[in-house]
Ligand binder design. Structure first.
Ligand SMILES: [Fe+2]
Ligand SMILES: [Fe+2]
Length: 215
């Protein structure tokens, strides 16, 4: 890491890296929202896109607060996470499996961001930039909230898959089976997952509350 000789420089480099990572996400999230089948997942991606746009604006405020040029540096970590997610998605054979893969891939992204914002918040705090640390903390909390929301959606999928499996064990079942141990993906399962999403907009209210808390 030639050229990095202080915590100030580390913070600046990490801000640039994260600025690029967030920008990459504004391109990836609309594609995920388009591919998602379950309404709850589609909504979660759409809401996190708007939140990500706010994270970009917040980073721009941070550069200015620190009297640094607003610059990005290519974030290979995020590029590879997105690429890995895309590669896996291209192998999904049905809607439910694709949704489950998108949740997994989005959660990896959120954890990457949580690590970055947590680190930057600590560095800013150590360097005595209290207001900067506070703004980084706000984004950190929103990333954590998004991660929790995705976990809830994933759990609903797993519950749905189990219910589906039980249904299929009934003698009158039409014989749709879990394929190769994958997530249940019958038409009924997809519809119930979609019903879950439209019937309970927990994702929207949680993400909304986290946004309002940030103001
Ligand atoms: Fe973000
Ligand atoms: Fe995020």
């Amino acid at each position: 890491m030639a050229g990095i000789d202080s915590l100030d420089t580390l913070l600046e480099q990490e801000l640039r890296d994260t600025y690029d990572a967030e920008k990459q996400l504004t391109k990836a999230l609309p594609k995920l929202a388009k591919k998602a089948t379950a309404e709850a997942l589609k909504t979660a991606f759409e809401q996190h896109l708007r939140q990500t746009e706010q994270h970009i604006e917040r980073l721009e405020q941070l550069f200015e607060a620190l009297e640094l040029p607003v610059k990005s540096k290519k974030c290979d970590g995020m590029r590879n996470l997105i690429k890995e997610g895309d590669d896996m998605l291209s192998e999904a054979e049905d809607d439910a499996t694709r949704d489950a893969l998108m949740i997994a891939s989005a959660q990896k992204v959120e954890h990457y961001e949580i690590a970055a914002y947590g680190t930057m918040r600590t560095w800013a705090s150590v360097l005595g930039h209290g207001e900067v640390a506070q703004l980084l903390e706000e984004t950190l909390e929103e990333e954590k909230e998004t991660d929790r929301n995705l976990t809830e959606i994933a759990e609903a999928f797993v519950n749905q898959a189990s219910a589906e499996e039980r249904d299929e064990e009934e003698p009158q079942s039409s014989g749709r089976q879990m394929r190769n141990g994958r997530v249940a993906a019958s038409r009924g399962g997809r519809q119930k997952a979609a019903d879950w999403g439209s019937g309970r907009s927990r994702g929207s209210s949680r993400a909304g509350s986290s946004r309002s808390r940030s103001r």
